[in-house]
Design a protein around this ligand. Structure first.
Ligand code: UDP
Ligand code: MG
Length: 159
């Protein structure tokens, strides 16, 4: 019972992490997945996917009107993206820290953007910025739902 309750709590927070076309092209899927796995977050959904322009426009609807918006969407539709949902305590905030700053030039070494990229328009990954936006993004990218499972490491990651 206590075990089930702990599992439910640890799974409550989920974040949407996406490897953009440049990250896929540059063979960085494995490195990025590895960091989230090693941290202790739990993968509950993943797929390689080539969505429409309209789908990306919906995902980035808050940025409509920005000068960089059209070229950013052009870049996003150049190839497949790798879509993931990671679950765990503090997954949204910690996920953002693991990605680094939006501009790779401001990202510390040790972060994904700090280690793997240079330009803001080729920053290889996306991560949800709030719990509310994470749930919206998960609904948009995984209408089929995510996978419930219990990690055997759970008791070694959470106290
Ligand atoms: N972006 C860009 N130029 C800018 C600002 C943002 O090309 O001046 C791109 C960049 O790839 C970024 C994405 O637009 O990741 C979404 O911007 P946001 O501010 O949401 O940054 P993020 O949440 O990805 O860190
Ligand atoms: Mg954002």
């Amino acid at each position: 019972q206590a075990q089930t309750k702990m599992a439910a709590m640890m799974d409550l927070e989920r974040t949407y992490i996406m490897i953009k076309p440049d990250g896929v092209q540059r063979g960085l899927i494995g490195d990025i997945v590895k960091r989230f796995e090693q941290k202790g977050f739990k993968l509950v959904a993943a797929k390689l996917y080539s969505p429409s322009r309209a789908h990306f426009e919906k995902h980035y609807e808050d940025l409509k009107g920005k000068k960089f918006f059209p070229s950013m969407i052009d870049y996003m539709i150049t190839g497949p993206v790798f879509c993931m949902v990671w679950a765990g305590k503090g997954a949204v905030k910690t996920g953002r820290k693991m990605l680094g700053e939006t501009n790779p030039a401001d990202s510390l070494p040790g972060s994904i953007r700090g280690d793997f990229c240079i330009d803001i328009g080729r920053n290889i990954c996306h991560g949800s910025d709030t719990v509310e936006n994470a749930e919206k993004e998960i609904a948009l990218w995984f209408p089929e739902g995510t996978n419930a499972w219990t990690s055997h490491s759970q008791g070694w990651i959470y106290e």
